[in-house]
Ligand binder design. Structure first.
Ligand code: ADP
Ligand code: MG
Length: 238
Protein backbone atom coordinates (compact mmCIF):
# COMPACT_ATOMS: atom_id res chain seq x y z
CA UNK A 1 0.00 0.00 0.00
CA UNK A 2 1.27 3.47 -0.82
CA UNK A 3 -1.50 5.95 -1.43
CA UNK A 4 -0.83 9.59 -0.71
CA UNK A 5 -3.09 12.52 -0.03
CA UNK A 6 -1.84 16.08 0.24
CA UNK A 7 -4.25 18.67 1.59
CA UNK A 8 -3.59 22.40 1.25
CA UNK A 9 0.15 22.12 1.85
CA UNK A 10 1.94 25.42 2.30
CA UNK A 11 5.65 25.92 2.87
CA UNK A 12 7.43 29.21 3.50
CA UNK A 13 11.09 29.88 4.06
CA UNK A 14 11.09 33.12 6.05
CA UNK A 15 9.09 35.63 3.96
CA UNK A 16 9.21 33.48 0.83
CA UNK A 17 6.12 31.38 0.10
CA UNK A 18 7.42 28.41 -1.87
CA UNK A 19 4.36 26.11 -1.78
CA UNK A 20 1.09 28.06 -1.89
CA UNK A 21 -1.61 25.49 -1.17
CA UNK A 22 -1.03 22.13 -2.84
CA UNK A 23 -3.83 19.54 -3.03
CA UNK A 24 -3.10 16.19 -4.62
CA UNK A 25 -4.15 12.56 -4.48
CA UNK A 26 -1.89 9.73 -5.59
CA UNK A 27 -3.35 6.25 -5.78
CA UNK A 28 -1.60 3.10 -4.61
CA UNK A 29 0.73 1.89 -7.37
CA UNK A 30 0.46 5.02 -9.51
CA UNK A 31 3.44 6.59 -11.32
CA UNK A 32 3.10 10.34 -10.91
CA UNK A 33 5.44 12.88 -12.50
CA UNK A 34 5.97 16.44 -11.26
CA UNK A 35 7.11 18.89 -13.91
CA UNK A 36 7.55 22.64 -13.84
CA UNK A 37 10.20 25.32 -14.21
CA UNK A 38 13.26 25.49 -12.01
CA UNK A 39 12.40 27.04 -8.63
CA UNK A 40 8.65 26.28 -8.76
CA UNK A 41 8.84 24.09 -5.63
CA UNK A 42 9.10 20.51 -6.93
CA UNK A 43 12.00 19.44 -4.71
CA UNK A 44 10.50 21.23 -1.72
CA UNK A 45 7.24 19.33 -2.19
CA UNK A 46 9.11 15.99 -2.34
CA UNK A 47 11.07 16.90 0.79
CA UNK A 48 7.87 17.80 2.62
CA UNK A 49 6.30 14.46 1.59
CA UNK A 50 9.45 12.62 2.76
CA UNK A 51 9.48 14.53 6.04
CA UNK A 52 12.87 16.15 5.37
CA UNK A 53 11.10 19.53 5.69
CA UNK A 54 8.09 20.37 7.82
CA UNK A 55 5.11 21.89 6.03
CA UNK A 56 4.15 25.34 7.29
CA UNK A 57 0.52 24.19 7.18
CA UNK A 58 -1.63 21.49 5.61
CA UNK A 59 -1.82 17.72 5.96
CA UNK A 60 -0.01 14.77 4.46
CA UNK A 61 -1.72 11.39 4.62
CA UNK A 62 -0.19 8.05 3.65
CA UNK A 63 -2.73 5.26 3.32
CA UNK A 64 -5.22 7.56 5.03
CA UNK A 65 -3.04 8.17 8.08
CA UNK A 66 -1.75 11.65 8.88
CA UNK A 67 2.08 11.57 8.90
CA UNK A 68 2.97 15.23 9.52
CA UNK A 69 4.56 14.27 12.82
CA UNK A 70 5.97 10.92 11.70
CA UNK A 71 9.79 10.94 11.30
CA UNK A 72 11.13 10.29 7.75
CA UNK A 73 12.38 6.77 8.52
CA UNK A 74 8.92 5.71 9.68
CA UNK A 75 6.93 7.00 6.69
CA UNK A 76 7.57 3.97 4.44
CA UNK A 77 9.19 6.28 1.87
CA UNK A 78 12.55 6.06 0.10
CA UNK A 79 13.98 9.01 -1.82
CA UNK A 80 16.46 8.90 -4.71
CA UNK A 81 18.39 12.11 -5.35
CA UNK A 82 19.93 13.60 -8.49
CA UNK A 83 23.35 13.55 -6.82
CA UNK A 84 23.12 9.87 -5.76
CA UNK A 85 24.37 10.80 -2.25
CA UNK A 86 26.45 7.61 -1.85
CA UNK A 87 29.09 7.19 0.86
CA UNK A 88 32.48 7.17 -0.94
CA UNK A 89 34.25 5.08 1.72
CA UNK A 90 31.65 2.28 1.70
CA UNK A 91 31.31 -0.59 -0.79
CA UNK A 92 28.21 -0.88 -2.97
CA UNK A 93 26.95 -3.61 -0.64
CA UNK A 94 27.38 -1.44 2.45
CA UNK A 95 25.90 1.64 0.76
CA UNK A 96 22.83 -0.40 -0.11
CA UNK A 97 22.53 -2.03 3.30
CA UNK A 98 23.35 0.90 5.56
CA UNK A 99 19.77 2.04 6.11
CA UNK A 100 18.69 -1.49 7.05
CA UNK A 101 21.66 -1.84 9.40
CA UNK A 102 20.74 1.44 11.10
CA UNK A 103 17.17 0.16 11.41
CA UNK A 104 18.56 -2.85 13.28
CA UNK A 105 17.76 -5.53 10.66
CA UNK A 106 19.63 -8.84 11.07
CA UNK A 107 22.72 -9.33 8.87
CA UNK A 108 21.19 -12.32 7.02
CA UNK A 109 18.13 -10.31 6.02
CA UNK A 110 20.28 -7.39 4.83
CA UNK A 111 22.36 -9.79 2.76
CA UNK A 112 19.29 -11.36 1.17
CA UNK A 113 17.56 -8.06 0.38
CA UNK A 114 20.81 -6.69 -1.08
CA UNK A 115 21.14 -9.81 -3.22
CA UNK A 116 17.62 -9.44 -4.61
CA UNK A 117 17.99 -5.69 -5.30
CA UNK A 118 21.43 -6.01 -6.89
CA UNK A 119 20.12 -8.78 -9.18
CA UNK A 120 17.21 -6.56 -10.26
CA UNK A 121 19.65 -3.77 -11.12
CA UNK A 122 22.45 -5.92 -12.64
CA UNK A 123 24.82 -4.88 -9.87
CA UNK A 124 25.66 -8.42 -8.66
CA UNK A 125 29.25 -8.18 -9.89
CA UNK A 126 29.88 -4.79 -8.32
CA UNK A 127 28.90 -5.34 -4.70
CA UNK A 128 32.42 -5.12 -3.29
CA UNK A 129 33.42 -2.00 -5.25
CA UNK A 130 33.47 1.58 -4.01
CA UNK A 131 31.39 4.28 -5.75
CA UNK A 132 34.53 5.82 -7.30
CA UNK A 133 35.07 2.56 -9.21
CA UNK A 134 31.65 2.75 -10.89
CA UNK A 135 30.23 4.63 -13.88
CA UNK A 136 27.63 7.35 -13.36
CA UNK A 137 24.85 5.01 -14.43
CA UNK A 138 26.00 2.30 -12.03
CA UNK A 139 26.18 4.81 -9.18
CA UNK A 140 22.62 5.88 -9.86
CA UNK A 141 21.57 2.22 -9.86
CA UNK A 142 23.21 1.81 -6.44
CA UNK A 143 21.18 4.78 -5.21
CA UNK A 144 18.02 3.13 -6.58
CA UNK A 145 19.08 -0.20 -5.01
CA UNK A 146 19.50 1.48 -1.67
CA UNK A 147 15.89 2.64 -1.96
CA UNK A 148 14.62 -0.79 -3.06
CA UNK A 149 16.18 -2.77 -0.18
CA UNK A 150 14.09 -0.76 2.25
CA UNK A 151 10.96 -2.10 0.53
CA UNK A 152 9.17 1.25 0.70
CA UNK A 153 5.55 1.66 -0.23
CA UNK A 154 6.35 4.98 -1.85
CA UNK A 155 9.41 6.00 -3.90
CA UNK A 156 10.34 9.65 -4.44
CA UNK A 157 12.75 10.42 -7.28
CA UNK A 158 14.19 13.93 -7.64
CA UNK A 159 15.52 14.33 -11.21
CA UNK A 160 17.37 10.99 -10.89
CA UNK A 161 18.66 10.93 -14.46
CA UNK A 162 19.78 14.51 -15.00
CA UNK A 163 23.47 13.76 -14.34
CA UNK A 164 23.57 10.91 -16.88
CA UNK A 165 24.40 11.16 -20.57
CA UNK A 166 21.63 10.69 -23.13
CA UNK A 167 22.07 6.95 -23.78
CA UNK A 168 22.27 6.07 -20.08
CA UNK A 169 19.23 8.24 -19.40
CA UNK A 170 17.17 6.14 -21.78
CA UNK A 171 18.42 2.85 -20.28
CA UNK A 172 17.88 3.94 -16.71
CA UNK A 173 14.43 5.33 -17.54
CA UNK A 174 13.41 1.96 -18.99
CA UNK A 175 14.82 0.26 -15.91
CA UNK A 176 12.78 2.48 -13.59
CA UNK A 177 9.64 1.72 -15.65
CA UNK A 178 10.38 -2.01 -15.31
CA UNK A 179 10.94 -1.68 -11.55
CA UNK A 180 7.62 0.11 -11.24
CA UNK A 181 5.82 -2.80 -12.91
CA UNK A 182 7.79 -5.37 -10.89
CA UNK A 183 7.54 -3.78 -7.43
CA UNK A 184 4.00 -2.41 -7.88
CA UNK A 185 5.02 0.47 -5.61
CA UNK A 186 3.80 4.04 -5.84
CA UNK A 187 6.34 6.32 -7.50
CA UNK A 188 6.55 10.11 -7.55
CA UNK A 189 9.17 11.42 -9.92
CA UNK A 190 10.40 14.94 -10.60
CA UNK A 191 11.84 15.75 -14.01
CA UNK A 192 12.20 18.65 -16.39
CA UNK A 193 12.44 16.22 -19.33
CA UNK A 194 9.21 16.06 -21.37
CA UNK A 195 10.06 12.66 -22.83
CA UNK A 196 10.52 11.17 -19.35
CA UNK A 197 7.24 12.72 -18.26
CA UNK A 198 5.22 11.55 -21.27
CA UNK A 199 6.60 8.00 -21.27
CA UNK A 200 6.72 7.16 -17.55
CA UNK A 201 3.65 8.85 -16.11
CA UNK A 202 0.21 7.53 -15.34
CA UNK A 203 -0.46 11.09 -14.23
CA UNK A 204 1.46 14.34 -14.72
CA UNK A 205 1.29 17.20 -12.23
CA UNK A 206 2.29 20.53 -13.79
CA UNK A 207 3.57 22.97 -11.18
CA UNK A 208 4.20 26.69 -11.54
CA UNK A 209 5.25 29.18 -8.85
CA UNK A 210 4.28 27.01 -5.88
CA UNK A 211 0.90 25.97 -7.26
CA UNK A 212 -0.47 23.10 -9.33
CA UNK A 213 -1.54 24.31 -12.79
CA UNK A 214 -3.08 21.06 -13.98
CA UNK A 215 -3.15 17.34 -13.24
CA UNK A 216 -3.95 14.74 -15.87
CA UNK A 217 -2.76 11.80 -17.93
CA UNK A 218 -0.09 12.60 -20.52
CA UNK A 219 -2.74 12.48 -23.28
CA UNK A 220 -5.17 14.71 -21.35
CA UNK A 221 -2.50 17.35 -20.83
CA UNK A 222 -1.33 17.10 -24.40
CA UNK A 223 -4.78 17.23 -25.97
CA UNK A 224 -6.54 19.53 -23.52
CA UNK A 225 -4.13 21.85 -21.72
CA UNK A 226 -6.15 24.21 -19.53
CA UNK A 227 -3.67 27.06 -19.59
CA UNK A 228 -1.14 28.46 -22.03
CA UNK A 229 1.53 27.59 -19.51
CA UNK A 230 0.61 23.87 -19.60
CA UNK A 231 0.31 23.96 -23.39
CA UNK A 232 3.78 25.45 -23.64
CA UNK A 233 5.25 23.04 -21.16
CA UNK A 234 3.84 19.84 -22.62
CA UNK A 235 4.49 21.04 -26.14
CA UNK A 236 0.98 20.76 -27.58
CA UNK A 237 0.67 22.55 -30.94
CA UNK A 238 -2.53 24.36 -29.83
P1 ADP B 1 12.53 23.16 -7.91
O1 ADP B 1 12.91 21.82 -7.36
O2 ADP B 1 11.19 23.18 -8.56
O3 ADP B 1 13.58 23.71 -8.84
P2 ADP B 1 12.86 24.03 -5.17
O4 ADP B 1 11.79 23.32 -4.44
O5 ADP B 1 14.23 23.51 -5.05
O6 ADP B 1 12.43 24.20 -6.70
O7 ADP B 1 12.90 25.55 -4.70
C1 ADP B 1 11.75 26.39 -4.72
C2 ADP B 1 12.11 27.72 -4.11
O8 ADP B 1 12.35 27.54 -2.71
C3 ADP B 1 13.36 28.37 -4.69
O9 ADP B 1 13.12 29.73 -4.81
C4 ADP B 1 14.40 28.07 -3.64
O10 ADP B 1 15.38 29.08 -3.63
C5 ADP B 1 13.59 28.08 -2.35
N1 ADP B 1 14.17 27.21 -1.31
C6 ADP B 1 14.27 25.87 -1.38
N2 ADP B 1 14.84 25.37 -0.26
C7 ADP B 1 15.09 26.45 0.55
C8 ADP B 1 15.67 26.61 1.85
N3 ADP B 1 16.09 25.55 2.56
N4 ADP B 1 15.76 27.86 2.34
C9 ADP B 1 15.32 28.92 1.62
N5 ADP B 1 14.78 28.85 0.40
C10 ADP B 1 14.66 27.62 -0.15
MG1 MG C 1 14.54 20.60 -7.69
Amino acid sequence: MGSLKIENIRKSFGQVDVLKGIDLEVKDGEFVIFVGPSGCGKSTLLRVIAGLEDATSGEILIDGKKVNNTPPAKRGIAMVFQTYALYPHLSVRDNMGLGLKQAGKPAEEIKERTRVASAMLSLDDYLERRPAELSGGQRQRVAIGRAIVREPQLFLFDEPLSNLDAALRVNTRLEIARLHRQLKATMIYVTHDQVEAMTLADKIVVMNKGRIEQVGSPMELYNAPQTLFVAGFIGSPQ
